[in-house]
Design a protein around this ligand. Structure first.
Ligand code: ATP
Ligand code: MG
Length: 405
């Protein structure tokens, strides 16, 4: 079918006035970024729809990219026709033959923005219904829950036809909710948490802690590769790697074993907060899930969360592991996440961390550290790169493992 445009319906647009304008212009920017590989497109944001004129670009390829842009309720590949009923009939028949199989049920649904057009909504519905009775006698008209709806939009410039309404990624355009830092490990949970934060319009920067030589390049590459999987939802993503070796070694030699994990997590959180403040981040997102492991009991959260007043968003806090895994598979991060590279927490994980750390003891053990100095040196060693969806960070042993999978 020679589709001429993709018609995009806005997502959760309950807000009015200024917010509506911000939503639309951010979505316009994000769609433009997501579709930058298609130079011939014309993208026109209007009050109630966004129109992507294809100008010969491939509708399927464009829609594949569009399906990952948050803030889109539904979209329809459409055909633009002159306001001439003979031409409309011809295009309707082509479109129906192409997209509606023998014997299916359908209805015609006309919307008229141009009230000067000769036929009103009802007349248009009847006209096209009669035409289809003659030319597609196999089809059944059905008003309630038809298999297909032929949508006809009479606009000032032309008439637009479509038979498919495809669900978009929903959510809010990324960036409309401000920026937060995602604590990204190499595990299953934090990329899923990132996906959900992006879906609510939160722009993310990744913060990843590494402890060379205890953690390998492969572990770092894995976190970067996970970032490429989230990039189609967000455009470019800044990846901030933070050296954590000195901190972990110091904690290991200073803090009793039961509290190693809790104090490490406090330092991670302190550093993430410091980076957020430096970089205009308003909140922290992590992949904690209540009760999943020792450091994720409510008591642990109390002892860890103690170091910051910044909001911590935990999108997967109340999800079951199987539910999280399902989303990880949908967003294609799962296979990467299960690759067996030790991250800094696994290596320094004590055999039996406290599941109910005491807050006063936690504070006391941490007070034995030169927190400020340790943090300053870690922040001095930060490295920031920008990652996009087409980047590759696999190295040889990872390639081998992916073949084994
Ligand atoms: P994940 O699957 O996300 O690794 P997990 O169930 O393995 O989570 P933990 O290892 O206890 O849980 O980590 C809890 C959260 O702490 C992670 O979801 C992540 O947000 C953060 N985190 C852990 N390790 C790191 C790291 N090396 N760099 C950045 N953030 C981390
Ligand atoms: Mg982990």
């Amino acid at each position: 079918m020679n589709y001429t445009e993709i018609m995009v319906r806005y997502g959760e647009l309950s807000t009015k006035g200024k917010n509506r304008q911000a939503f639309i212009s951010r979505l316009h920017g994000n769609v433009t970024k997501a579709l930058h590989e298609f130079p011939d497109l014309t993208i026109r944001p209007k009050r109630d729809r966004l129109h992507i004129e294809l100008n010969g670009e491939d509708a399927k390829a464009v829609m594949a990219r569009l399906s990952k842009v948050f803030g889109i309720q539904t979209y329809s590949p459409s055909v633009k026709v002159e306001k001439d009923m003979a031409k409309v009939h011809e295009a309707v028949l082509d479109l129906m033959n192409e997209s509606v199989p023998q014997g299916a049920s359908y209805k015609v649904n006309t919307r008229r923005a141009d009230h000067t057009f000769a036929l009103d909504t009802n007349q248009m519905n009847l006209n096209l219904g009669d035409f289809l009775v003659d030319h597609r006698p196999d089809l059944k008209v059905q008003m309630h829950h038809p298999d297909y709806t032929l949508r006809v939009e009479v606009r000032r410039d032309a008439i637009y036809l479509s038979t498919q309404t495809i669900q978009g990624a929903l959510g809010m355009p990324v960036g409309t909710a401000g920026k937060a830092m995602l604590m990204l490990s190499g595990g299953i949970d934090s990329p899923v948490a990132g996906y959900y934060a992006l879906k609510r319009g939160v722009d993310l920067e990744m913060v990843h802690f590494l402890s060379p030589p205890y953690t390998s390049d492969s572990a770092l590459n894995k976190a970067k590769q996970l970032t490429t999987k989230l990039a189609p939802y967000a455009g470019y993503i800044k990846f901030i790697q933070v050296p954590f070796t000195e901190i972990q070694e110091t904690i290991k030699s200073t803090v009793p074993e039961g509290y190693l994990m809790t104090v490490q997590r406090r330092l991670m959180l302190r550093l993430t907060e410091a980076l957020a403040k430096q970089r205009g981040g308003l909140a922290i997102v992590n992949g904690e899930s209540i009760g999943q492991v020792a450091s994720q009991t409510l008591e642990s959260m109390v002892a860890i969360n103690d170091v910051t007043n910044m909001p911590i968003i935990r999108p997967v806090a109340t999800m079951d592991k199987t539910e999280i895994i399902k989303v990880a598979q949908d967003i294609d991060t799962y296979d990467l996440s299960i690759m067996p590279f030790e991250d800094c927490c696994t290596i320094f994980a004590p055999p039996s961390p406290k599941t109910k750390p005491n807050l006063d003891k936690t504070r006391y053990y941490e007070s034995k550290l030169d927190v400020e100095g340790l943090m300053q040196r870690a922040l001095d060693g930060v490295k920031i790169t920008e990652i996009k969806s087409s980047d590759e960070f696999m190295n040889q042993d990872q390639d081998m493992i992916s073949e084994l999978l």
